[in-house]
Design a protein around this ligand. Structure first.
Ligand code: ATP
Length: 194
């Protein structure tokens, strides 16, 4: 069994996340994708951010019709800060036969050298860097020599920060997030202007 691990803040989750996850699943021949919402430290939550439980619920709704997508609570249930190496250790201990692939956006890959125990992360999981389709190969890895594969994916021009801005301005996010996510945002008045 091959499982992809896709971490992020997902504040809120959007179609860009779902499209890359589907691309990665297909291109890497994975069986499942496990989304892992991060537990930010309280001082990083900042104004206009959704609380962890709301981000979890939005993600759960975003993947509810996708049989091969799932959402993990692991980082929400541990005290912050969340370290990927601990998450992968927990996953491997629970399911030692699974082959794990850590999906990293190019932004995450650029800072990977500063993450806690990057070499150990590379031992626990194959690292797949999601690159915009048509882009040249990544020139070089962060200095560590951690092996990685590069996966060309479709990158839609949408970001969570752009969506938060839209919602604050009371503009529509229809088609940019799944309907079930939009309904939850509206019912809880997340990201609304004060
Ligand atoms: P923000 O705008 O708040 O920084 P984000 O949309 O980048 O948020 P994250 O939850 O931080 O969302 O994203 C998790 C991962 O998804 C990151 O590695 C990021 O590279 C990737 N990602 C985000 N948006 C897209 C997109 N439109 N297409 C492909 N990958 C994306």
């Amino acid at each position: 069994m091959d499982v992809g691990v896709f971490g992020g803040t997902f504040d809120p989750p959007h179609v860009g996340h779902l499209v890359v996850a589907r691309d990665a699943l297909e291109q890497l021949d994975l069986d499942r994708i496990r989304f892992v919402p991060a537990r930010r430290s309280p001082f990083k939550e900042g104004p206009g951010a959704a609380p962890p439980e709301a981000r979890f619920e939005m993600l759960r709704r975003a993947v509810e019709n996708e049989v091969d997508f799932e959402v993990s609570r692991t980082e929400l249930d541990r005290p912050p800060p969340s370290f990927t190496v601990d998450t992968l250790r927990a996953f491997s201990a629970e399911a030692p036969d699974v082959r794990w692939t850590l999906l990293l956006g190019e932004d995450q890959w650029r800072s990977f050298g500063e993450w806690r125990e990057p070499i150990e992360i590379g031992r626990l999981a194959r690292i797949a860097v999601l690159t915009r389709e048509g882009r040249d190969a990544l020139e070089r890895a962060p200095e560590l020599g951690v092996p990685f594969v590069q996966v060309p994916v479709t990158r839609l021009d949408v970001s969570s920060s752009d969506l938060r801005r839209r919602l604050k301005e009371r503009r529509s996010v229809k088609h940019l997030v799944p309907d079930a996510v939009r309904e939850f945002i509206e019912s809880k008045e997340l990201y609304a202007p004060c």
